[in-house]
Write a protein that binds this ligand. Sequence first.
Ligand code: ADP
Length: 598
Amino acid sequence: MWKDKKMIKTKPIRYFAAAMRKYKKGFYIFYAVLIAAMMIQPFINMFGPKMMIDAIMGKAVIISIIKIAAVMILADFVIKLITAFINEELDKEYYAGLDRHLEAAVGKKSMELKFETTENKETLDALADARTGIDSGYSGGSKGLFNSLAILIVNIVVLMLSVFVVCRYSFIPLALVLVNVSLNVFFESRLNAIKIEQIQQLAVTDRAYHYLLHGLSDIRYGKDIRLFNAKDMMLGRVDEFNDKQSEINKTQAKKAQKYLSGSKINQAVTASLTYLLLAMMVAEKKIGIGDFTMLVAAVTTIVTAINLVLKQILELKKFCSYSDKFIKYVEGNVYEEKGDKKTDISDGIKIEFKNVYFKYPGSTEYALKNINATIKSGERWSVVGLNGAGKSTFIKLICRLYECTEGEILLNGVNIMDYEYSSYMKTISAVFQDFCLLNFSIKENIICDRPERIEDDVLMPLIEEVGLKEKVDSLPQGLMTPVFRYYDQSGFEPSGGEQQKIAMARALYKDAPVLILDEPTAAFDPIAEREIYEQFNTMVKDKTAIFISHRLASCRFCDKLLVFKDGEIVERGTHQSLLKLQDGLYAKMYKTQEKMYK
Ligand code: ADP
């Protein structure tokens, strides 16, 4: 504990204190009253009995003794009441409330990360660490922090006042206390090291363990788990983790045992020596019985206060090292806006790929090589090729989810990275292969905004166009029906086709000049896919559209076809011109796939 140059990184404390001030007004009034009440409590126990004994020994009238006892009991009761009330209020309202804000901050940050970093292990680890940083089980959360801080402040003050009380009689008890505390520091630092080691060892299996538990209780996995009888395998793995974790806990508990025993013996020896010393002072008539009781209480208070101060310093240190990771996550890794240009599409659009090469971060292979293509306003483009050919990567680059490794992509002559991100995003709309709908109403899923801002009539023609009108009309809450039933029983479970129609409506509603359909139909049969693609082609009207598919017939209607193979464009032309290339990849693939449409 004393090894680090800086005992505690105070930044997390300042961060949480500022966050509390920002989100939860009135906290510090409750907190100050709580600290004051906690400070008074030990002195009631210290001075109350002395006053009683002095009164009895001084042969005071019974009524005075009763008065002292009544005041003591009442003060003790009131303080306990205030402490309990404030703690309850802080728990319910303030700590839980702040934790929700902090969790939301992690969520917000995760949505703002640079997309390419979301696929790295480092980001996943940083996210897990950030969650741990505010998890009450590990770091103690905001409650852990403010409780520790309150105990620390209270005990520093109580310690100083108690030392003052004892010193007025003798310095010897303080020497005993010092020996006790030095030994205790040793025991506590050993115990703490064992605890940290234990947490580190448990953390190795923890993520996998939680994944399993989550998987078992996630009803979406239910089909596969039932069908392949994976339950026993998963439960078996849970048991393995449980065994591993209890093994770690047992080993660490064994290591801690001798230090725990040492600490108990230390307390007992100090207490006995203190009693002995003070009893001798009474025998020598240096102090009275009342003073004896008060000094015993004061020495006990000093020992407790020192130990609590040390313990809270360790607690705060633990808290800070965990929550520092939370702060790093929410403050770091910000998406750096490089461009500041606004897009100007008043004269149409022209997207140009110029000698584009791309490697995924951490990958040694090029996923795209020497890509050159020009896409103009109103054109219909089709990107085809076998799985893994590079089609989706081509789209991800247009969507600025990744940056080219070499070469450039231009929009109206300007590198797309030079545009302000939000301005560029307004020009692109897409339905991805793995599109996802949110647990919000159908309307919110389409407009991605608060539903009251848009009239239903504005949306209904689009709903009709994508073929969802009948469904929406049949639902009791119409457009406001929640999609899925995760947290609303009145929700509806859309079929794959309905989900995809909602996603298409969302893409069209955005009203961007470029629309992309990246195989959201992969789960459908080839004929259904072709119909959907043709329907979408009509719906996009005079906009530019890019269609991706590994099924060639789906995109026959496109003016321009790009055939991808191993990250390169190997053929380009119209459907008819490509069919004429006898040994061409497109012609071969088309012949192989033709029978799927018969
Ligand atoms: P397609 O859309 O034609 O099926 P992709 O563009 O998805 O092909 O993939 C092209 C190549 O890039 C494949 O070799 C694939 O394994 C690789 N790839 C795709 N996504 C990633 C990723 N996130 N990280 C590393 N490699 C990837």
